[in-house]
Write a protein that binds this ligand. Structure first.
Ligand code: DGY
Length: 429
């Protein structure tokens, strides 16, 4: 391991540790975020297994009684972030203030990895109490984000997809009426260069959607029927499908019978759902606006996640690899978060082009799982190289490799530690 970077990665995790939970980065994101914490656990596991489990346990302390696991757990107030706890209005639902939307469920996949690679005398005791909580969260996802049981996982907010300002959401967001939006002050642009953040058009609609949820008390039926944003996302569909598979494997390893039949059912429905998102117009899986019935016709990093979901139909592999190769030809580094040949590509603006270490980790994990080791190795090496050149940035420009967004990011440090550890293990094997 490049020892300076290895030391710095550890320091970042320690500096961002707030006592049992880790913030994504200082300034921009001062609370506990859902998928950030899951990835952070991967990093801690390389040098402090107990702390890795603690990260996951503390995240699950934010879980509501109905199984919902929020995307932010606000353990203390911090005026440097907007929208804070009052904007979400979730007090009556949980003793710790939280947001009212979730985030991509990578948790079960990471818990399975920690379980299978960890110290056996420790892991069983730690994972046992988590199983039913993760199962409850998956159940919540299926009930609340796929009420019609199509297998396509929808969302009520771009933030829930984890890929906030993908151009895919531009059109569906136009249907969010902001005429009664009150004045508010963005805080993100005081921490990070405005050109690397979502635009005002997006933010106004993000805030309006938060208020929509708050005003209806995050009521399930109202959210499903009336949320102005209701879009089936390829990313969420793939990530939940993979997580259901990993939770089923955990159930088998732990001898759990609860939920097994449901998990099997969700998996086959998820496969059908993903198939519904196949789009011949662009030869890829694309998202679908469930309010208007329009497909987005856009390709993004999620395009390559079907491998991760365990779905790689023979007849579609060439098309998916065609996109991947085309993107690599255009960009020195992969994998861009959005199609670099599309007019809406923007190499530095958050999820409209930049590369994210965590998504590369998911893509590489999917490719290696399906036997495409050469491609997986290239994605892993690109990720390592980007971090070596630019440091532990929030994301990276695919054309130049320059670091973008926030600095000293916990999940970038965690992915670095995981990739370097695995690389060393592979070399030693
Ligand atoms: C933000 O505030 O930018 C986040 O992405 C919301 O989760």
């Amino acid at each position: 391991m490049n020892s300076d970077l290895g030391v710095r990665a550890l320091e970042i995790l320690r500096e961002n540790d707030r006592g049992g939970y880790t913030i994504p980065t200082k300034g921009l994101y001062p609370f506990q975020w859902n998928w950030d914490s899951a990835f952070v656990a991967l990093g801690f596991a390389t040098f402090d297994e107990d702390r890795a489990w603690r990260e996951i346990e503390s995240l699950l302390e934010g879980q509501w009684e109905n199984g919902f696991l929020p995307h932010i757990v606000f353990r203390r107030d911090d005026p440097t972030y907007f929208p804070g706890p009052n904007e979400w209005g979730t007090k009556k639902h949980h003793w710790i203030p939280t947001s009212g939307i979730s985030q991509p469920p990578v948790l079960a996949t990471i818990v399975r990895e920690l379980y299978e690679t960890g110290t056996q005398s420790l892991v069983r005791a730690r994972v046992k109490p988590l199983f039913s909580k993760m199962l409850a969260w998956h159940r919540w996802f299926h009930l609340n984000r796929d009420p019609d049981r199509t297998g396509m996982i929808a969302t009520v907010h771009p933030w829930e997809t984890g890929r906030d300002n993908l151009p895919d959401w531009d059109e569906p967001l136009k249907n969010v009426d902001i005429s009664d939006l009150k004045a508010y002050q963005r805080k993100d642009v005081s921490h990070v260069n405005q050109d690397m953040r979502p635009q005002q058009f997006d933010y106004d609609r993000y805030v309006r959607l938060v208020h929509f949820g708050r005003d209806c008390g995050w009521d399930r039926a109202t959210m499903i029927k009336d949320s102005p944003f209701w879009v089936a996302d390829v990313g969420l569909t793939c990530i939940l499908l993979r997580a259901d598979r990993d939770l089923l494997a955990l159930a088998q390893a732990l001898g759990e019978t609860e939920g097994v039949a449901d998990l099997e059912h969700w998996i086959s429905r998820g496969e059908e759902g993903l198939d519904r998102l196949w789009n011949d117009a662009v030869f890829g899986y694309t998202s679908l606006d469930l309010r208007t019935g329009k497909r987005t016709n856009m390709l993004n990093g999620g395009t390559l996640l079907p491998f991760y979901a365990g779905v790689a139909p023979f007849s579609r592999i060439d098309a998916l690899f065609g996109h991947m190769d085309r993107w690599w030809k255009r960009c020195e580094f992969g994998v861009p978060s959005f199609d670099p040949e599309h007019k809406d590509f923007d190499s530095i603006r958050y999820w409209r082009g930049p590369i994210w270490a965590v998504v590369n980790w998911l893509i590489a994990r999917g490719l290696e799982g399906q036997g495409f080791e050469d491609r997986a190795a290239r994605v892993r090496e690109n990720t390592i190289q980007l971090i070596e050149n630019a440091g532990f940035r929030e994301n990276f420009c695919p054309a130049t490799g320059v670091g973008c967004g926030g600095h000293d990011f916990s999940w970038t440090a965690a992915i670095w530690l995981n990739l370097k550890n695995k690389k060393a293990a592979r070399a030693a094997a």
